[in-house]
Design a protein around this ligand. Structure first.
Ligand code: SAH
Ligand code: SF4
Length: 341
């Protein structure tokens, strides 16, 4: 049995052709499952009996089980889903004026172990496969009965440490015969795995790339992100430049504001020097507390001062309003183990 949700349309079409069916049958099945949201073969009026039997015998549509579902005062929703093997993951739905955005998880735990992040408290148990990432989007749409227009790959895990499944996931949700989530409505965030940033810049996709920078120099970055000892900040910036040159797209840098650690005016100055001339945008996020750590998010005043300083130095930046922190659904608060909630 193959899990239907883990197959790109091309893989599905090839598999059908290998088994004596027509390529267009793959498109028909994709439309039924993703556009009309039915996995019930008897309802698929335009497919033959033979294809229907083949689908029943060869594909599984096993979904996720919802363990808990919390709703924040700002409308953000957090789901704890159980996977077929009994492991749990968290997925978040955010409501914006431009549509609904789902934040998906890509791994059980995370090996990058940034010192401020709840998701890294559990070492990686395994990668999610593409179907398990796709099903998060489907399940949220099914539960809320609302269309998902945007996807951010910013839940638990480092997506570029699970590159193959992340790319497959993007391909599946982007497919015009499927969910048809526009590439420009999809954002992938990485802690800065340089070789994978280079690979990503060669993919022919209009997907947005965000890099978790969080510091203006190696000393600060290494103290909060161990990955910086492997890929130092200058290599990350070089890779970002390569991405911008190859794709002609703007790159996003995420910068969490940690009081007294990376939020001084001279940090803003250093950051503007580092990014000068690069087609980029800085997304400032006030750190969300995680009970196991002592970090404190910058005060509103300090955050605004940092923001202004960047703008004065010609760097495009926004100070983001956090969503869902009252239900631990904000950035960096997701976990893959319910026991920790
Ligand atoms: N592993 C990827 C994507 C998931 S994390 C990455 O690190 O980029 C998504 C974003 O949330 C990252 O920028 C991450 O650094 C940030 N983050 C982690 N913990 C946070 C916290 N407690 N408050 C605010 N942002 C946090
Ligand atoms: Fe992993 Fe990203 Fe959290 Fe770092 S911030 S531990 S890379 S999920």
């Amino acid at each position: 049995m193959k899990n239907f949700y883990g197959m790109t349309k091309d893989e599905l079409c090839n598999y059908l052709v290998e088994n004596g069916f027509k390529k267009f049958n793959g498109k028909q099945l994709y439309e039924w499952v993703y556009k009309k949201q039915t996995t019930e073969v008897s309802l698929m009026t335009n497919i033959s009996k033979k294809l229907g039997a083949f689908v029943r015998d060869n594909f599984s549509f096993k979904g996720l089980t919802t363990k808990t579902h919390q709703i924040s005062s700002d409308g953000t929703e957090k789901f704890l889903f159980e996977l077929a093997d009994g492991n749990s993951i968290e997925t978040v739905l955010m409501r914006h004026n431009y549509g609904n955005s789902v934040c998906v998880t890509t791994q059980l735990g995370c090996n990058i172990g940034c010192t401020f992040c709840a998701s890294g408290l559990q070492k990686k148990k395994r990668d999610l496969d593409a179907s398990e990432i796709v099903m998060q989007v489907l399940k949220v749409a099914e539960i809320t009965k609302e269309r998902v227009s945007h996807v951010v790959i910013m839940g638990i895990g480092e997506p570029f440490d699970n590159y193959h499944n992340t790319m497959k996931f993007i391909n599946i949700i982007n497919d015009p015969f499927g969910l048809e989530i526009g590439a420009r409505h999809i954002t992938v965030s990485t802690s800065g795995l340089v070789p994978k940033i280079i690979d990503f810049s060669k993919e022919d996709k209009q997907v947005n790339l965000a890099i978790s920078l969080h510091a203006p120099n190696n000393a600060v970055r290494s103290s909060i992100m161990k990955i910086n000892d492997v890929y130092p900040i200058e290599d990350v910036i070089d890779a970002a430049r390569e991405y911008v040159n190859a794709t002609n797209r703007r790159i996003t840098f995420e910068y969490i504001l940690l009081e007294n650690i990376n939020d001084e005016s001279w940090h803003a100055d250093e950051l503007s020097n580092l990014l000068r001339g690069l087609n980029c945008y800085v997304n400032l996020i006030r750190y969300n507390t995680v009970s196991e750590f002592n970090y404190v998010g910058s005060s509103e005043d300090r955050a605004q001062r940092f923001h202004r300083r960047l703008l004065e130095r010609g760097i495009t930046a926004t100070l983001r309003r956090e969503k869902g922190s009252d239900i631990d659904a904000a950035c960096g608060q997701l976990r893959s183990k319910k026991g920790n909630l």
